[in-house]
Design a protein around this ligand. Structure first.
Ligand SMILES: [Zn+2]
Length: 179
């Protein structure tokens, strides 16, 4: 799958949503300074679309975002990763893409928390993340730079179950009971 068709898939499966309010944005609530700093750093970004500066704030702090925070960030985040020109990836790397690969392939001790952060995604969105990793696995830069991390992320993401209360594709999907 190429970046252009993946961008269309992202547009279709990850509709931009409102930013989660207050403590709902962060993984930990009022007892964690890391999460508090991230909430403060993101205060200026209130819209559904996250500009590049917002992605710069979160790319190495994705574990501080809640499941609702991930669902808010992913549409813009994935589009950013898919639009990085090849020459830029080859010469300057791209921290956002690199860290998303790491975040989707956690070590065993971090898998339960990662599953919690992915728990508001439906099957189509999980599939889209898998397609993103498959794209990385054959990408001229990423396939060289972190092949093992991509494979670990693919293996992990294939084990992630969608939230059973979320329809696959609202609103035209069949009801869950009919599957
Ligand atoms: Zn925290």
């Amino acid at each position: 799958m190429n970046a252009d068709s993946l961008l269309i898939e992202v547009e279709n499966t990850f509709p931009p949503i409102d930013k989660p309010k207050g403590l709902d944005l962060s993984f930990h609530k009022d007892d964690c300074p890391h999460c508090e700093y991230l909430r403060q750093d993101l205060e200026v970004f209130e819209g559904r679309e996250l500009p590049p500066q917002a992605l710069r704030e979160i790319y190495s702090e994705m574990s501080c975002l809640s499941a609702a925070g991930w669902r808010w960030a992913l549409p813009s985040y994935l589009k950013h990763c898919l639009k990085v020109p090849l020459a830029v990836a080859l010469h300057y790397n791209d921290g956002e893409t690199e860290f998303l690969i790491y975040n989707l392939g956690p070590k065993e001790e971090h898998q339960a928390e990662t599953i919690e952060r992915l728990s508001l995604l439906n099957q189509s969105q999980i599939d889209c993340l898998i397609h993103f990793l498959e794209w990385c696995s054959v990408h001229e830069h990423w396939s060289n730079y972190c092949a093992e991390d991509i494979q670990r992320a693919l293996a992990f993401m294939h084990t992630v179950q969608p939230n059973p209360t979320l329809k696959r594709d609202a609103p035209s999907a069949r009801p869950l009971a009919a599957r």
